[in-house]
Structures are given as C-alpha cells and as structure tokens.
Design a protein around this ligand. Sequence first.
Ligand code: SAH
Length: 478
Amino acid sequence: MTRKQRNERMITAPVAVHDIVTADVVGLAHEGEGVGRVKGFTLFIPGALPGERVRARVSEVKKQFGRADLLTVEQASPDRAAPPCPIYEACGGCQLQHMRYDAQLVWKRKMVVDALERIGKLQVASSAESGGQGVAVHDVIGMDEPWRYRNKAQVPIGFDVEEGGLVGGFYAIGSHRIIDMDACLIQHERNDSAVRRVKEIARELGIEAYDEKSHTGLLRHVVVKTSFSTGEVMLVLVTTERGIPKQNELVRRIVESVPETVSIMQNVNEERTRAVFGRETETLWGRDVIFDSIGGIRFAISARSFYQVNPKQTEVLYRTALDYAALTGEETVIDAYCGIGTISLFLAQRARHVYGVELVRDAVEDARANAALNGIENADFTVGRAEAVIPAWRAEGIAADVIVVDPPRKGCDAALLDTLFAMQPKRIVYVSCNPSTLARDLRILEDGGFRTVEVQPVDMFPHTVHVECVIGMQRINT
Ligand code: SAH
C-alpha cells in the first residue's frame, strides 16, 4: 500500500470513537484480544473470540486498526466459557478465562506454529506425530487442574477511603489504582489466605498503607511464597522504612494465624519506584528460606531468588529438556542462563559434568547452595554473561556435548549464538518463554548448521496468553 493510499484509508476509517458496531471476529491477537472486522477495518476487542459476532463500542481509532470494548456477544463461539473469577475483567492478570481450557491449548500451539513458520521460516510437519517432513510441534501439555497453580503472589498494598482503609489486591487494568482482592483463582489457596490474614492484622494494628502518589505510609507490598511439596510459607513485607510499629505483635499474630509460616522477611524499599523490592532484606522471624522439591531435587528459595511459579508444570518442562538432552552419563553439558541452577541440577543427575552460567550473582550463590543441598558434585556455576563465559571455557578446553539455553524474553544474544557455532555441541536444547524471539533464534541456528527436530509447548500459565516451549536441536553431520 502506498502512503497516499494509507492516508486515504485513514481519512475513510469506517468507524469513529464511541461508535457502537457489530464486528465479526476472525482471530485472536497475541495479547488475547479478539481481532474484529468492521467493513474491512480491524478492531481489537478484548473478551471476543474467533468465530463470534459481537457488539462493541469503539474506544480508539488509529490508521491501520482500532480498539473496542465488548458490549454483547450476539453469536457465541463453542469455545466460550463463563470466567469463574468474579474480578476477571477488572484485573487483567488473566486474559483467556473466557475461553475453554482445551481451546486455549489449541490456540497456544497455533501461536507457536505461526511464529516458527512466519518468523523462523521453518517447515512445520502437518501432524506432529506422523513423523513426516518438517519440525514436529507437539500438542501443548496442559494441566489436569488448571487453577490454583501459582506458588508466589506479590500483592500491592494501598489506602482506599471508600473501602475504609488498608487494601491489597491488584492494579485495575491500565491504572495504578489498587482494588482490594480476597481470592485469586490461579493462586495457591495458602497464599490467598495468608495475604487475607496479613491485611486483617495490619488493619487491626493500624499499620499505615503506602500511598504511591504522596510517597508516604509504610506497607507497600505483601509477597507470599509457598512450597507445594512441603507446605511451607514465606511472607515478605515490603516497607518504606525499617521501623515497623508494633512489630513484635505483628509477627506474633501472623505466626499464630498463618500456621504454615516458617519465614517472615522484611524488605525495605524507600524509593519512588514501581519496582517491588528494594535492596535491603532482613529476617524478622524464622528461617530466611523455604524448601521445595521438583523431580526429587530440593531447592532453597529465598525472598529475592527467581523461581518458576508453576512447580507442577516446571517438572514437566524440565523432564522434557532432560529428554531432549538425551544424556547417557558421559556428556559435558553447559546450562547458559542457568538462574538458581534448577535445570543444571536436573541434568547433573544424568551427565558427567554440568557447567552453569548466570548473570546475577545471588542466583549463582543459590545455585551452588542448591547443588550442595542435594549432594551434587558434578555441577559448577559461574557468574557472568553467557556469551563471554562460554568462549572462556572453550579456551580452557571445555567442550560441551549438549548446550541448554533458557534466555529471558528477548531471546539469545547474537554473540551467544556465535559461541554455540564455535563450540559445535551435538545437541542444543532451547527453553523459551517467547515464541517470536525463539523463532528468530532457531532460524539463525538452522542457518549455522543445526536442525530443529521437535518442539514441545508446555502450559506454565493457564488462562494467560503465555506459552513456554522446549526445543530439541541437533547438529547436522554428527
Ligand atoms: N533456567 C532458569 C532461569 C531462566 S530465566 C530456570 O529455569 O529457573 C533467564 C535467566 O537468564 C535469568 O536468571 C537472567 O538473570 C539470566 N540472564 C540474562 N541475560 C544473561 C546473560 N547474558 N548471560 C547469562 N545469564 C543471563
């Protein structure tokens, strides 16, 4: 389309803000919004599903597309479900509760296939199980019980005159207004009840809630972590300053009313920032870690350490990674982006040696502690950038048979991909939380002499738009 045509199109956009329109929904966009069409014009409509006809009010019109709020569904999709959560629409933490869970899984696989074909220019086999030409993309592994799966909650605390004081819950969609919440259906029940109790106790003791606008008050966030395997609970109170009035009574009452508590921590965040945590963390009561185990390996989780939030599916993810690594016990393995060593320790059980590298020093310390906790002696961890550390290892004569990468959303650094070509492992296992950057990286790896064999999507975050994938790759000419 020429610029002139585009401009004409802009002028002739067939809808205007506040119009009430009837739209046919033809797809689902990345953020889970329905893609509606009105006289050839695209409107993103949250809450609408493909195949539906809906009434919606236009809220925004741009050159190429607009947005609209769903009013009524005139013709419903068979995939439509009644969202069980009463605050689903106000919250925005989940985007797909209005879609049946089996349909969510089908859509997630399609997102992955689309990215691999469109961005990665990969040929995807028509049926994952047929063994035909192309990359096998398996069905998404979902959860039997896709609710109450999260082990961690970070709850912002605020003050609300109408609610009569301290509230804690979630930021209303697109704003920083805190809405009080008593239950989150994707959160473990222990977390919900612990937060409820802490709020009650804080109200009774007159503890001041933080006010973001005036930057006054004390309690900013309540963070709660629970271990699915041991039942232990850690509470982290994030405050603007160190002194907490009636601290002893607060601690005593939390311990009494949340019997699973083994750790109460305080983190001080005095900055005007939207980041949850500040630099200082102290123990107010009990231990400074809780213990969890995944697939027979124990992990100590501290207030700040990164840990997967869906422990049940994490085990599925790591087992798939282990499977694709196809270890016999003889291999040298590198785990780039190793975090607190979760994947490394999983692999160490079946490898000769595992080398993990990770940017964040605290995470590496956790990884070493976790290795010791499990009596694992064939895993070493190094702080640094994977793209710098791996070449240094290579210079020392370390050659990996298998390299595992589990990068952040932006994918692998180009320099890291170069080091993979230099190292020439037999296999690469790529764990990805972002199909787009994954597809980009797979194209580069394919062009560099690796073949994508299979892709296993795993649903770590039911009812949200996220999907995690494990990819098995092989060096050509091994
Ligand atoms: N594999 C781990 C963590 C994956 S999250 C697990 O499953 O728990 C990605 C990790 O990569 C984060 O811990 C982040 O700190 C780290 N990271 C980001 N950029 C990096 C880089 N250039 N080199 C090494 N680690 C990096």
